[in-house]
Write a protein that binds this ligand. Sequence first.
Ligand code: PLP
Length: 455
Amino acid sequence: MLTNDELAKWDRESFFHPSTHLGQFARGEAAQRIVTGGEGVFITDRDGNRLLDGFAGLYCVNVGYGRPEIAQAIADQAKELAYYHAYAGHGSEANITLAKMVMDRAPDHMARVYFGLGGSDANETNIKLVWYYNNILGRPEKKKIISRWRGYHGSGLMTGSLTGLELFHKKFDLPLAQVIHTDAPYYYHRPDLAMSEADFVAHCVARLEDLIATEGADTIAAFIGEPVLGTGGIVPPPEGYWPAIQKVLDRHEILLIADEVVTGFGRLGSMFGSDHYGMKPDLITSAKGLTSAYAPLSASIVGQRMWDVLMQGTDEYGVLGHGWTYSAHPIGAAAGIANLKLIDDLGLVQNAAEVGAHLLAGMREAVGGHAHVGEVRGEGMLCAVELVADRDRRRFFEASETMGAKVVAAMLKRGVIARAMPQGDIIGLAPPLCLSREEADQIVTVTRDAIVEVL
Ligand code: PLP
């Protein structure tokens, strides 16, 4: 077996890691962690640490680590049929069964599910379907996509453009021209502190209406949004936001894509965020929670009104030319079936609601009054603590102070993994949905102690 030092050297010399400071990593100046195992909400590493994973990997290991049911399902599927493609009507028992299970859980007006590999490709699929839809309907000009600043929709060419975070555009020549951004529904960052939540929703709606008027509704195909902003800061929408946005979109015949890569399959304490907030999307994007990341798989779930047009399109123009070699991969599907069964059997959607509420309440109690905590917010099993330089005047820290990263590092020293969200000083928590109350309490204590140490 390789020593830790040998493995770390190969890592620095060979491995191009995603979303990493390449120079610092290659020079050995950045953190390296070689993860060896996981059990429940804990992971272990080669340095002998056992860490409570308060971010479920990248908010994806929803059922927790080390589930033998899923491992067995993957092994059985690999032995029986590791792969056959899904083109031209081919299927396997696993992917057909999973399609049925997804549709049984999806909102009522959804019609079919298309399987890919991850959240980015599922969003690419959804944008292509939106364009195809408008071409079939004879509206070739109606193609622009509105997304929100601080939204995260992936890091491909189109999805990186939809993402409204500078980090993902910088030096990549993004965003592409077809993408336009509108305001994030981020009440804590409202432009005027005197605004009520209702005023702020009206403000977001007015800004959207202005954008549509400037661009022309006949050039705008769709609006994409996460029910709760995730990577942009874990920000639940202000009361009434989604119904108000939906009204505007309906009036201008703009489709709604709900990006539920984080929220799908239980994270908000509801099966889908669309149900949670009364959204009526034409397309739902999901991935992470579909398999709890035991295997890569995504789902683009298509609503009935779009499905009818897609069928009309293939009747007129022939085969819909869009597919990945690994679409509906049987091993991913087997993992998905076992995962969704576990979510049901263990009551994890309910647990996300209950323990998530306990975590949020505990966090508010423990750090909500701290002089450098601006806001503690959350929904279901999502929680964020936003740090500020001056709480009364809502003055933010300078980016160079990296206060969020410092607190997250102090939490890690105490055995809890949180995520410093990429923009602002926001400590993000998105634990596995199987978190217990005691584990939630541990996260709260560690967050408090780390904040007290750093600030
Ligand atoms: N959409 C949302 C809301 C996400 O949070 C993510 C990833 O975090 C993606 C899309 C992209 O998914 P992936 O990284 O699997 O491509």
